[in-house]
Design a protein around this ligand. Structure first.
Ligand SMILES: [Fe+2]
Length: 375
């Protein structure tokens, strides 16, 4: 999918070559009013993996609308909606921060809950290795998330940063031989994160669909493609890796091969700073990321209160298309198309112009923004 240019009047800064873009001087509530801007935002998130906005005034209703509208703008299935988290929901019987139970489709991500309920499990900063917990949201659902929209409301004085890693770039760290070996493979993805709490609280996860009719039941596992095609960019990304297969395995490989491959994919995510971006939060920041193509984790290195509202949109059933490209090949193809279009335009203009105006027009053609290339 191609950008229309509807967001080009807003300041944007690419934070690294491979992942992360920061917007400035715009409220998401403005973008929400404009269909073309929403669509361009979804495409930008999918291309850049994660985008950031500062100082956002966002009601819960706006927050939910943005999350649902982003996926819809780029064609998610009509029966995909917002995710109702199995525990972090508004029912009041689960983990929500005592101070608030906002909405069934809004998770309150709160350090209070982590300390209160998950004591000695995750909030023990010195015991958590940096390689632990890299995940995409709802990887364990049959129909997992496309976009997450996180609104940070309370931040500790220091610490609690979030890191994201590009799945597109992880794929490109593999040799062509390993890429071919993993293309088309599938993995059992499962989470054990909520099992002990479910049993402890005798809770059935609320039954019913969780953003899609296919997302139900108490068994939080799904078979997902190891290499996933992002339908918005057409690019290949490593998807079923890291935390998603910590308790699962790649189906087509032997147990011994799994040991090697699982460990290697995790290393590619955690050992390559060039495919990561890190955000230090300030109050009212919003981050939006594409769960199809990025992994993320939080640093549990803080002492103070940290609280955010998170809305997770459910997207399409994950798939792998053999015809999809790596990010670099996709970008190279787009550049070649743009160059071809520019040359065609210049030639056409030359034919129509007299000699005296030709040089001036050619200069203008080269400066034209080229937004409509195809992959
Ligand atoms: Fe997450």
């Amino acid at each position: 999918m191609e950008l229309s240019g509807a967001l080009s009047s807003y300041a944007q800064e690419e934070l690294t070559p491979s992942i992360g873009t920061k917007f400035a001087g715009v409220q998401l509530t403005e973008i929400l009013k404009d269909a073309a801007q929403l669509r361009d935002l979804a495409i930008t998130v999918s291309r850049r993996g994660v985008v950031f906005f500062n100082n956002q005034e966002l009601t819960v209703a706006d927050h939910k609308s943005i999350a649902q509208a982003l996926g819809s703008a780029v064609g998610k299935p009509q029966d995909s909606h917002l995710h109702r988290h199995v525990l972090l929901n508004g029912s009041g019987v689960t983990l929500q921060d005592i101070a608030e139970a906002v909405d069934d489709e809004v998770s309150v991500v709160s350090s209070t809950d982590r300390i209160r309920v998950m004591r000695n499990r995750e909030h023990t900063k010195s015991l958590i290795p940096g390689s632990h917990g890299w995940h995409s949201d709802t990887f364990w659902e049959k129909i997992p998330s496309d976009y997450t929209v996180l609104h940070m409301l309370d931040v500790p004085e220091i610490g609690g940063d979030t890191l994201w890693a590009s799945g597109y770039a992880v794929y490109e760290k593999l040799s062509p031989q390993w890429q071919r070996m993993l293309d088309g493979t599938t993995a059992l993805c499962a989470t054990k994160d909520y099992d002990h709490l479910r049993q402890l609280m005798r809770y059935d996860f609320g039954g019913g669909g969780r953003g899609s009719p296919e997302n139900s039941g108490t068994k939080l596992e799904a078979i997902q493609p190891v290499i996933r095609t992002n339908p918005v960019t057409g690019w290949k990304s490593v998807f079923a890796a890291a935390h998603a297969i910590e308790h699962g395995y790649i189906i087509e490989l032997t147990p011994y091969e799994n040991n090697v491959v699982k460990e290697y994919l995790l290393k590619l995510i955690t050992h390559n700073a060039d495919l990561q971006v890190r955000h230090r939060w300030t109050k009212n920041d919003v981050a939006i990321w594409d769960n199809r193509s990025v992994f993320h984790r939080v640093n549990f290195d803080f002492e103070g209160y940290r609280r955010a509202h998170r809305v997770v949109s459910i997207g399409e059933k994950p798939f792998f298309s053999p015809n999809s490209l790596s990010r670099s090949d996709g970008l190279a193809r787009r550049r070649a198309y743009e160059l071809e279009q520019t040359t065609k335009n210049a030639t056409h203009t030359e034919q129509k112009s007299d000699d005296s105006s030709k040089r001036k027009v050619e200069t203008n053609v080269i400066q034209l923004p080229v937004q409509r290339a195809r992959l």
